[in-house]
Design a protein around this ligand. Structure first.
Ligand SMILES: Cc1cc2nc3c(=O)[nH]c(=O)nc-3n(C[C@H](O)[C@H](O)[C@H](O)COP(=O)(O)OP(=O)(O)OC[C@H]3O[C@@H](n4cnc5c(N)ncnc54)[C@H](O)[C@@H]3O)c2cc1C
Length: 429
């Protein structure tokens, strides 16, 4: 998104695991730092190393498929869009996808990237095993059976436990979904939330400062996939990208129009019905650059949080038009997952990247903080170490695992050192 810059001393693109091990062992001897970049789609500066930056772009593809157990082993650098198509060619698919599919598989899992569907976990929960080159320069395999504590911690680990080289994921037979999109009213959306959540996938946009919501529900169907024709392109590309861009430019020049524009946007999205494979429907292109703040809560608090946001927009006369996105995810038992221990509602709020609207962002973040919201690791937030620690019951479990697997801190960058309160090790040369 262009807001994070790194000036590494070395940029490496290894093509096999042996090379990755050699890079880590050499870095250990020379007392250097390494960070891995996936697709660089995180807004928070969790990637920059200032020293060695490693990309797994030359390490992509399916290693093997275990059809009997519905498990595929994937090279960690594989881009999700590519993985969707590669699995599809063999009659398989992933359980769920995020809003976009440009991330690498390891990068997406490392921050707890999620889609929507209260019966489905984050992408990290699709992992059943990892191969990791740790900060000791060793290749370690982990799963629920083998090194289970490392496996749990690695599911959301921001590159702090080592370089993930291969990921075993659960796969499902290729699945056709029927997507229904419709404009609704916020009060009705909240009143019937339990019913909406019964859909396999349910998410909605909320146009700030208005009562407009735009629902997307998707369920498995026996109907055959239909080509995604002009209507789909019109909606996904023209309205949600080009028209949004025009609107963003307009509001940047005339900020006072934000509320009226939000009203207009709420009306302009069209109802639609589309039938196709899940990897083609669940993610869409995002061509407008925006800033993204996203927080996770127990789903039971969702209505109260939305009402509190609505109240603060009204009381403070906040002006924004970029839709908030509300999504729902099954809880998990991953130490640093924002969905840890609770079926979770996520609310993300955005502004156009070129239009700063700090008042709006600060007020909404205050609301989510007051409800104990956990921030998305790859997005903007202003949480302190103490605030984060209080939100994660297994914080120390993760930190112990980090210390054991990277005692020399070669995978720690300045941002994560400060954010997570990692004590610097003293190196004696
Ligand atoms: C337009 C847009 C839409 C988005 N939509 C969603 C969404 O729908 N849902 C959601 O939850 N998030 C979403 N995000 C956030 C995004 O999914 C996360 O920030 C994700 O981590 C980015 O993946 P990446 O491959 O770009 O990883 P990067 O941002 O490059 O890296 C993320 C982290 O993973 C680590 N990492 C990468 N590869 C490895 C590896 N092989 N081994 C160990 N560590 C590794 C990096 O060091 C870093 O700590 C969106 C972001 C954008 C820009």
């Amino acid at each position: 998104m262009g807001n994070v810059k790194d000036t590494p001393k070395a940029y490496l693109e290894p093509t096999n695991e042996e090379e990755i091990v050699n890079i880590v062992q050499k870095a250990l001897q020379e007392n250097r730092k390494i960070r891995v970049v996936g697709s660089g789609h995180s807004w928070s500066p969790i990637v920059p190393s200032g020293d060695i930056l490693l990309s797994l772009d030359q390490w992509q593809g399916i290693v093997s498929i275990d059809e009997a157990n519905h498990v595929a082993e994937i090279k960690a650098g594989t881009k999700i869009w590519r993985l969707g198509e590669l699995l599809h060619e063999k009659g398989w698919g992933m359980e769920n996808f995020g809003d976009i599919n440009r991330q690498s598989l390891a990068g997406a899992m490392s921050t707890g990237t999620h889609g929507s569907g209260i019966g489905l976990g984050t992408l990290s929960t699709q992992a059943v095993g990892f191969t990791i080159v740790t900060g000791k320069g060793e290749i370690v395999e982990c799963s629920a059976q083998e090194n289970p504590a490392l496996f749990k911690a690695a599911q959301v680990s921001m590159g702090l436990l080592g370089i993930i080289t291969k990921i075993k994921i659960r796969i499902i037979p290729a699945q056709v979904l029927k997507a229904v999109k419709s404009t609704q009213n916020l009060d009705d959306t909240l009143a019937h939330l339990d019913t909406h959540l019964q859909n396999r996938h349910f998410e909605f946009y909320w146009f700030p400062c208005t009562k407009y919501t735009y629902h997307k529900t998707m369920n498995v169907t026996d109907e055959p996939a239909k080509p995604l024709g002009w209507k789909h392109k019109f909606q996904d590309i023209f309205i949600e990208n080009y028209l949004l861009w025009v609107i963003c430019r307009l509001v940047k020049v005339f900020p006072s129009l934000a509320k009226r524009v939000s009203n207009f946007s709420g009306k302009v999205l069209k109802d639609g019905l589309f039938i196709n494979y899940n990897h083609r429907l669940l993610s869409q292109p995002r061509l407008v650059t925006f800033t993204d703040w996203e927080f996770a809560f127990p789903v039971e608090k969702f209505t109260k949080v939305v009402k509190a946001m609505e109240a603060v927009m009204e009381q403070q006369n906040l002006k924004e038009h970029f839709p908030l996105v509300c999504r729902f995810v099954k809880g998990d038992d991953i130490p640093l997952s924002p969905a840890y221990g609770q079926d979770t509602a996520y609310i993300s709020f955005h502004t156009y990247a070129r239009r700063k609207n700090p008042e709006y962002l600060q007020h909404l973040e205050q609301v989510v903080k007051s409800f104990g919201g956990r921030p998305h690791w790859g997005k903007f937030h202003t949480y302190t170490t103490q605030e984060l620690q209080a939100l994660y019951p297994q914080w120390d479990v993760f930190m112990d695992m980090r210390e054991k697997n990277d005692p020399q801190q070669i995978f720690v960058n300045d941002y994560l050192q400060k954010l997570l309160g990692i004590q610097q090790t003293v190196t004696v040369n």
